[in-house]
Design a binder for this molecule. Structure first.
Ligand code: NAD
Length: 490
């Protein structure tokens, strides 16, 4: 397959103004699957101007919310119609299994449907005014022009969390997908055009973070930046966004603890601990990469994990029996390798993995074996830093309080889990865990109705749920005096 793709600016499909292109690589075999325009600051400025004009002329923001909702619902229907094509494209671009990508597409359509339903339920509130003869009310209005920047791990899913609430609430936007995985986002812009999103309302610029992303973050005509990605980039965006005090929504990384108590259902906890990390080869912000296991079951638990990990089937996302695909790129695999070398130097014990697979059929892909480190302590950088790959660190604990203390010993606060059949104990733990999402006897589950986001350095704001729509609205208080009289002060 060799796809030719374009940017979408002001309702037109266009190449980069510079004429430059970037090759998109299949991480399973390094084949070039597409050549896409490599936009830069000039393309971004054109897209911002289009989005600014479309917002300022009020066409979209003043479209009745029911009509905007109908268009957002139509996008969901078109995603469902083209689900198989989108799923295969996502797998081609990211290396994840098609089965997983099909699940992503269901979730993505669900996000558009959820926000379509909320579009006309964003009305304001009448305040019980303390001033006689007055009306005091609160309304929610769109923020304006939104810059949206997404990562490569869940390209279209992360885009949907931003596109759907922004459109439902009447904003205009410029989306910049990861330069490594733009293909499904391009396809969804075609579907948004088909669904009837007016020209200039939703714009797509392709290119690097240092050019397109930096321009979006610093340009004073952009009112809000919604970013999902790494913590280092998030900090740069915060600085750039201070140029005009943009609203910021940041979904950053995670180093997520998963506490396993001895009284948990052993087999289920083993199974879900694996699923919580090795799904999509650990390239998940909420991956439960930091296992914290009660000492009395530690050895048995680790043995069970290792036995299962040795049987994992690595391969093409297009083979039905593949459980884990490749990492996204050569650069990213090199970072994971460096992380594992650090773990060895720091004195952690390599229980399994720690290298590339030897299977000759996997040599052209960016594969890395599922890896487990034991004898880990929180002072090790491998316990503190995000690997964003298929690597678990295991720590031991004796007391409930110690487990919670270990779990909270991180600059991140995205997600965490607790496995126990003692419900009061679980409730005591989750109350003290400083994370935006905490699962009891589950891991990694999310749905559009519940908010998603991080405590501490895992981010600012929330996506999904009703809070996800609040990110895209400004709140205005309107006061009306029904009996105007002079104040007689001056
Ligand atoms: P990244 O920060 O390298 O890149 C993310 C996006 O930012 C890309 O589109 C990139 O081009 C852009 N970018 C890079 N430099 C920029 C700059 N100076 N200004 C503006 N934009 C810039 O992250 P990644 O490697 O693509 O993704 C992995 C990271 O994303 C991990 O840390 C992961 O935890 C995080 N993530 C978080 C969530 C969440 O919900 N919290 C979800 C998915 C991924």
């Amino acid at each position: 397959m060799n796809l030719k793709q374009q940017q979408y600016i002001n309702g037109k499909w266009v190449d980069a103004l510079s004429g430059n292109t970037r090759e998109i690589i299949n991480p399973f075999n390094q084949e070039v699957i597409a050549a896409v325009p490599e936009g830069d600051e000039a393309d971004t400025k054109a897209a911002i101007a289009a989005a600014r004009k479309a917002f300022d002329n009020g066409e979209w923001s003043e479209t009745p919310a029911t009509e905007r909702g109908a268009i957002v619902r139509k996008i969901a229907e078109l995603i469902e119609r083209d689900k198989e094509e989108l799923a295969r494209l996502e797998s081609l671009d990211t290396g994840k299994t098609v089965e997983e990508s099909r699940g992503d597409m269901d979730d993505i359509a669900g996000v558009f449907r959820y926000y379509a339903e909320l579009a006309d339920k964003n009305g304001g509130e009448l305040i019980d005014s303390p001033i006689p003869n007055s009306i005091s009310r609160v309304v929610h209005e769109p923020v304006g022009v939104c810059g949206q920047i997404t990562p490569w791990n869940y390209p279209l899913l992360q885009a949907s969390w931003k596109l759907a609430p922004a459109l439902a609430t009447g904003n205009t936007l410029i989306m910049k997908p990861s330069e490594i995985t733009p293909l499904t986002t391009i396809k969804v812009f075609e579907l948004m055009e088909e669904a009837g999103v007016p020209a200039g309302v939703a714009n797509l610029v392709l290119g690097a973070g240092s050019t397109v992303g930096a321009e979006l973050s610093s340009n004073v005509d952009v009112d809000l930046i919604s970013f999902t990605g790494g913590i280092v980039t998030g900090k740069k965006i915060m600085q750039a966004a201070s140029a005009n005090v943009k609203k910021l929504a940041l979904e950053l990384g995670g180093k997520n603890p998963n506490i396993i108590f001895a009284d948990a259902d052993f087999e289920t906890a083993v199974d879900q601990a694996l699923n919580g990390v090795f799904f999509h080869a650990g390239q998940i912000c909420s991956a439960g990469t930091r296992l914290i296991v009660e000492e009395s079951i530690h050895d048995e638990f680790v043995s069970a994990l290792v036995e299962r990990v040795k049987k994992f089937k690595l391969g093409s996302g297009f083979d039905e029996d593949t459980q884990m695909g490749p990492l996204i790129s050569a650069e990213h695999r090199a970072k994971v390798e460096e992380y594992v070398e650090t773990g060895i130097k720091e004195g952690a014990t390599l229980a399994v993995g720690g290298s590339r697979p030897e299977d000759p059929e996997l040599q052209n892909g960016f594969f890395y074996l599922p890896t487990i480190f034991t004898d880990c302590t929180t002072d090790m950088s491998i316990v503190q830093d995000e690997a964003f790959g298929p690597v678990i660190t295991v720590e031991k604990f004796r007391e409930e309080e110690e487990a919670v203390k270990l779990a909270n010993d991180s600059v991140y606060g995205l997600a965490g889990g607790v496995w126990t059949n003692d419900i009061p104990k679980a409730e005591r733990c989750v109350k003290k865990m400083r994370m935006g999402t905490v699962w009891i006897n589950d891991f990694n589950l999310y749905f559009p109705h519940a908010p998603w986001g991080g405590f501490k350095q895992s981010g600012i704001g929330r996506e999904l749920g009703k809070l996800g729509i609040e990110e895209y609205t400004e709140t205005k208080h309107i006061f009306q005096n029904l009996k105007p009289e002079p104040v007689n002060w001056f």
